[in-house]
Design a binder for this molecule. Structure first.
Ligand code: FES
Length: 265
């Protein structure tokens, strides 16, 4: 059975802002409020005056933290706050896969199917979860709990095959261990990631990505780097290897300086 959450103003009797899955229609996401506007201003204040449009990425995460995905209302909100067009906001939000165009579950399960993970079992893991949940890529279970997606390299190839839940890592998975993680999520548990902070919901992680720290006690200090990640550092340390002639206090040249010098390096 394939079931998805869809927001479609162009199909059937479902109006924009409503969610329909398997014949069930529920109300749409909560509206953005004055409190959202206040948070958006807080984000904008992090950027130099006149450069507020740089706040777009965290502001889109803010929209996701409130509404669960990038809604048409969220696009209009960002455009109005930043003084840019809705087309510009839409262009950015559709470029990055972390911005979701449909309602996303509490648990976004991302399975790496890129080369390294794929050959070590990532494809099998994805297939197993897809068949078990009855959803395909970027689709959400009918209860709105779990969204599945396959991704192309989660930047953790040294732990392949990997998957993430709301961007926290579960390393060296196989179909059985991946299934166990998903089943525990379905049972209301929060399995502990292999590395990184403890799990939080998609809206909670979106709030962190918008720039607010995880306020759960002790969560920020969790998650040491894994041994395979540190192996290169340890070898370099042991053999006294460093980048030749690198001075850490070297200033970063501005583009204007480079142009003045004819682009010379
Ligand atoms: S190939 Fe899967 S993390 Fe890079």
């Amino acid at each position: 059975m394939m079931a998805t959450h869809n927001v479609r103003g162009d199909e059937g009797n479902v109006r924009e802002g409503e969610v329909r899955d398997e014949g069930r229609t529920t109300s749409g996401p909560p509206p953005l409020t004055d409190a959202t506007r206040e948070k958006a201003r807080e984000i904008m204040a992090r950027y130099p005056r006149g450069r507020e449009r740089s706040a777009l990425l965290p502001m889109l995460h803010l929209v996701q933290s409130e509404q669960g995905y990038i809604t048409p209302e969220g696009i209009a909100f960002c455009a109005e706050m930043l003084g840019i067009t809705k087309a510009q906001v839409a262009a950015v939000s559709t470029f990055y896969t972390m911005f979701k165009r449909r309602p996303t579950g509490d648990w976004l399960v991302s399975v790496c199917t890129n080369t390294m993970c794929g050959v070590l079992g990532g494809d099998k893991i994805y297939k197993t979860l897809s068949e078990y949940l009855g959803v395909g890529h970027d689709e959400t279970t009918p209860d709105g709990k779990i969204t599945l997606e396959h991704t192309e390299c989660l930047a953790a190839c040294d732990y392949a095959p990997v998957m993430t839940v709301n961007y926290e890592f579960f390393d060296r998975m196989d179909p059985d261990s991946a299934l166990e993680v998903v089943q525990r999520l379905q049972n209301g548990e929060r399995p502990t990631p292999t590395r990184g902070a403890r799990l939080c919901t998609f809206r909670e992680i979106s709030r962190q990505l918008a720039g607010w720290a995880d306020d759960r006690e002790g969560a920020v200090g969790e998650g040491r780097a894994g041994e395979p990640t540190l192996a290169g550092n340890r070898l370099a340390e042991r053999y006294g290897i460093s980048v030749a002639g690198f001075d850490p206090s070297t200033p970063i040249r501005k583009a204007a300086d480079a142009a003045e010098k004819g682009g010379s390096k």
